[in-house]
Every structure is written in C-alpha cells, then in structure tokens.
Design a protein around this ligand. Structure first.
Ligand code: AMP
Ligand code: GLY
Length: 424
C-alpha cells in the first residue's frame, strides 16, 4: 500500500522510520518532510490546509492510508475531508479532535463523566475571570481554550502574574484560540504521558513516557515542545496504567461515542500522578514529539497494521508488543530556542554518531543543501538510544550527541534525571 505521512518533525521521522519497516508498505510519501525523512520517503510540497489538494494527491498516487502527525490539520478537519472522499486516514475527525482543540470541551466532558482532573471554570469575559481568580489560591493555572500553538498555558506563582495572563489572552494574544479562558486548580505530583490507540470503540494501550518540557537543566526556564523523553515511565506501574485506562481513557471513548463523535487515532493523555492516582492534565489527539521517537524505538509490532486497526475499527483483535529496553531521546535544538533559533548552521558527523546499532537520529528542523545538512528550525535533531536502564540509554545517547559536530546547537545534559535519581 502507498502511504502519505503529514508533518515535518522528529515525530514524523520516527513514524516514517517505523512505517518503512512494514511489510505492508509499497511507497511512502511525506509532506513536507525534512532532510531525515527524505532518506525514507518521497518528500513533496503540498499545502496541508488545502484539503482538496491533499485528496487529489491521494487519488492520483493511489494512497491507501494517510497518517496525520500534528494536531492542527486534524482540528481543521482534514480527516473528515479525506473520509468523505473515501480515503483511509489515521487520526480523529474535527469533532473528536476537540479533545485537544478545546480545553473547555475536555473539562466539561471530564466533569460529566467523572474523569479525574483539576477543578476548573470557563470564562468568555475578562472581568468575570479576574473576579474568580481573586477567590483562588496560588499557584494559579490559566489556559487559553484553543490550540494556541501549545503556548496557551501559564502556571503563575502570584496573583499579579495570573491576572496578566488572563488579560493577555483576552487582549488577543492567541487570536480566536483565546476567545475563552479556562482557570484550573493546580495539581501536585509527577507528570507522565500515556498513549492509547483508539478505533472509536476500543482502546489499545501503547506505552508510557516522560517528557522534559523546560529548556533548562533541572526543569528550569521557559517551556518548549519537549527537550527529551524516555519510555517507559518508571512511575507508571501496571496498576497505574490499568487505572488510567479504566478511569480516564475508556470513559472518554464512551463519552465521545455517546456524543456522536467517536474517537479514532492515538489518544495521548498528559497525566499528573498524585497521592490519589492519575489525574488528566490534558489530552492531545496525536503522538507526542519527542515521545513518539521513544515509542517507535520500543515497538516490536508492525506500526502500519496498528494504524490500520485504528482506522478500520479492529483494534480489539490486536495487541502491541514492546522491547523491554528503555528508549531515551535527547533533543538537540538551535541556540536561541525556544525564542528565535539560529538557523543555517551546518551539521556533520551524523553517520559516525549512529554507528552504534542501538542509536537512531531522528531529524526535526533540518534541510539538505548541496550534500550538507543544515539547521532549519528550533528543535533540530532527536538523538535516540536503547538501553537496559534509563541510565544506560542516557549514556549511549549522550555518547552519540558528543560525536555530532554542530557549533550552533545545544541540548540539556540531564534528560532522564528523575528516573535515574530513583535508580531506574
Ligand atoms: P498543557 O499545555 O496543558 O500540557 O500544559 C503545560 C504544562 O502546564 C503541563 O505539562 C503541566 O506541567 C502544567 N499544567 C497544566 N495544567 C496544570 C494543572 N492543573 N496543575 C499543574 N500543572 C499544570
Ligand atoms: N512533547 C509534548 C507534546 O508533544 O505535546
């Protein structure tokens, strides 16, 4: 079968890598792709917001499955338009993608179906939101309702900072994504990510991971898309995984089906593990980036079979098996990230860095120019390794990082610290 993959990040390179190993694959296309994906797929320039153009490409090239990496095309209804044209797609409809596209929608769903999450209130009016904040305790959690390019969440230590965040959103900082504000109670605990494939009715749990969202060592500094991750997350033992499935994922699938918008695709639950067990911080309707990179390194089964199971509604007949080893990925970013990254610098020695067969380098913001790889974005490379423990995978990944020659790049040197400090 021919497959079209949509996206250009490390997540999509990892998906392309896994899809390329499938016996079901004839030809892989990717739009827009990156320099790493180009070694596995035909990278083509299509306007992803032009759904008719995507449909026409699929028809012309006999595409049997479209795999959508990022959330924005899903929230914009790409899966709906492909479905209408009779083209199979991995990813939810726009109505189901509200689980990521509207924080208020998800909070109301949790309230109605008794899914554990932080207490909250929704506001469309600044005065009412500011008034509500006065009655809350620090830290304050203020969120723009919509996608806001992943930057709509503020956790504020002081009332003044929380008030400023509310004002900012209502002043239009995130455009229509900030037409509504959600204010939540602060949850205490350790964060973990749980991934499940869904087919509208059934959930097939995949694996767990932990991300490092802050740019600085020791989890300090501004938030990023993620500076590194590992899987599995040692905190997510069997009992916590079972509770997450029973108390969070399954009731969500039932709620979405009841509402007439069954959820298909991967459901990524961002969890806070506190003294009462798992609570939902947020849902994403796509694989995490860089969490997907560590998941794909550990997956033993054919990813294409699983993605088709989600699209076809046959996940109840499937299972997913994982390597016992830990996978750990280190994001190398261009200096300046998450502000303005220094792009254009040459990156070399990548082949030498992957000489260890337990190391893979997934590209994110890279470009190939005159036989050279250059940096073309904020997050640029994902240096990923397997090991018998988090510590071993970490050592192997940093050894590979240290072979890469890229003067404009940087990475955190402590990816995995939390797990390693508890002996994992
Ligand atoms: P989100 O964009 O929803 O993932 O939020 C970004 C980050 O803000 C999360 O990864 C958490 O670290 C933090 N966060 C969001 N909501 C809460 C909450 N209710 N309590 C504590 N931390 C939160
Ligand atoms: N790494 C966090 C995310 O993909 O949302």
């Amino acid at each position: 079968m021919n497959i079209l993959l949509i996206g250009s990040g490390g997540r999509e390179h990892a998906l392309a890598w896994a899809i390329s190993a499938s016996p079901l694959l004839d030809r892989l296309y990717c739009t827009p792709g990156n320099a790493g994906i180009a070694s596995l797929a035909d990278c083509i320039a299509l306007d992803v917001s032009d759904h008719a153009a995507i449909v026409a490409f699929c028809e012309k090239n006999d595409i049997g499955l479209v795999v959508v990496g990022p959330e924005a095309p899903l929230v914009a209804g790409l899966a709906d338009d492909l479905d209408k044209a009779g083209i199979k797609v991995f990813g939810p409809s726009a109505a189901a993608a509200r689980l990521e596209g509207s924080k208020g929608f998800t909070k109301d769903l949790c309230a109605k179906y008794n899914i554990p999450t932080a207490a909250y209130a929704r506001f469309r009016n600044e005065a009412a939101a500011q008034d509500y904040l006065s009655g809350q305790d620090a830290p304050y959690v203020v969120k723009a309702d919509g996608l806001a390019a992943g930057k709509g969440v503020t956790v504020a230590e002081t009332l003044d900072d929380a008030r400023a965040a509310v004002s900012d959103i209502f002043a239009g900082r995130f455009g229509a994504d900030g037409a509504e504000v959600v204010i939540e109670a602060f949850l205490d605990g350790e964060e973990a990510s749980f991934f499940a494939l869904c087919d509208g009715e059934h959930a097939l749990p995949l694996a767990t991971a932990q991300d490092h969202k802050r740019v600085g060592e020791g989890d300090t500094g501004p938030n990023t898309g993620g500076m590194g991750a590992y899987s599995p997350a040692p905190i997510m033992d069997e009992a916590l995984c079972a509770r997450t499935l029973d108390e969070i994922i399954q009731p969500t699938l039932k709620a979405m089906a009841d509402m007439g918008c069954p959820y298909k695709g991967v459901l990524y639950a961002g969890l806070m593990i506190g003294s009462d067990g798992p609570q939902l911080i947020e849902y994403n309707v796509r694989f995490g980036d860089p969490e997907c990179q560590v998941l794909m390194m550990r997956l033993k089964d054919d990813i294409v079979t699983l993605l088709l199971g989600s699209a076809d509604g046959t996940l109840d007949k499937m299972s997913a098996r994982w390597h016992d080893e830990t996978a750990l990925t280190i994001v190398m970013a261009a200096k300046g990230y998450p502000g303005t990254p220094q792009t254009g610098g040459e990156i070399s020695n990548l082949d030498e860095a992957t000489s260890d067969h337990k190391v893979e380098i997934f590209h994110a913001g890279t470009k190939a120019e005159n036989g050279k790889i250059t940096a073309a974005g904020g997050r640029v490379l994902n240096v990923t390794a397997l090991g018998d423990s988090v510590a071993e995978a970490q050592a192997r990944a940093y050894k590979a990082v240290d072979k890469i020659d890229w003067p404009d790049g940087f990475c955190r040197r402590d990816i995995g610290w939390r797990a390693i400090s508890r002996g994992s």
